[in-house]
Design a protein around this ligand. Sequence first.
Ligand SMILES: CC(C)(COP(=O)(O)OP(=O)(O)OC[C@H]1O[C@@H](n2cnc3c(N)ncnc32)[C@H](O)[C@@H]1OP(=O)(O)O)[C@@H](O)C(=O)NCCC(=O)NCCS
Length: 171
Amino acid sequence: MIIHTAEPGDIPAILLLYNHAIRETTAAWVSREETLDDRQAWFEGRRKQDLPVLIASAADGTLLGFASYGPFRPREGYRLTAEHTVYVDPKAQRRGVGKALLLRLLDMARAQGLHVLVGAVDGQNKASIGLHEALGFEVTGRLPQVGTKFGRWLDLVFMTKVLTEEDAPEG
Ligand SMILES: CC(C)(COP(=O)(O)OP(=O)(O)OC[C@H]1O[C@@H](n2cnc3c(N)ncnc32)[C@H](O)[C@@H]1OP(=O)(O)O)[C@@H](O)C(=O)NCCC(=O)NCCS
């Protein structure tokens, strides 16, 4: 498995994986599948803001998963916190791909001077909660029934990890 920065040519495979998660899971709380234009716009937005989009590929180039982070909330005071996401192809799950992607994302977040990463996870998503706990994230908030998909209420669980011991910036 190789972890590297995504290129525009990777977007169709990322789209397929993301749309599968929209159709089949409560990882993404939307029901409309994205178009290639939607994902390209997302990718360009990340690039313009110097935000990472990482992919994990098999030796033959097949996409195994992707991960990225972006702003947590738009206001200035949240600028040292980012919200991340990670998706692994169902055929490649439980083989360490998510862990490898998230570990690399943590390195990049530290290198960019971020202080906290936040995962916003469906409260019943045992795989994601397990992955985050394995990497030292803690459940720091639970918002019961704030979401809905597939005819049921969804709890939003925030999982956070403080990345540095630095003092808060002046001002
Ligand atoms: C969540 C997800 C990214 C995990 O990726 P993965 O590659 O399967 O996870 P890994 O193989 O790297 O697992 C690392 C650790 O996470 C935990 N973990 C992973 N899957 C788990 C599961 N189904 N149940 C419990 N713990 C799990 C384990 O501690 C695991 O270590 P171990 O295999 O040595 O026990 C993957 O299941 C996925 O893409 N799910 C659909 C999309 C999604 O939910 N994304 C997260 C949105 S917040």
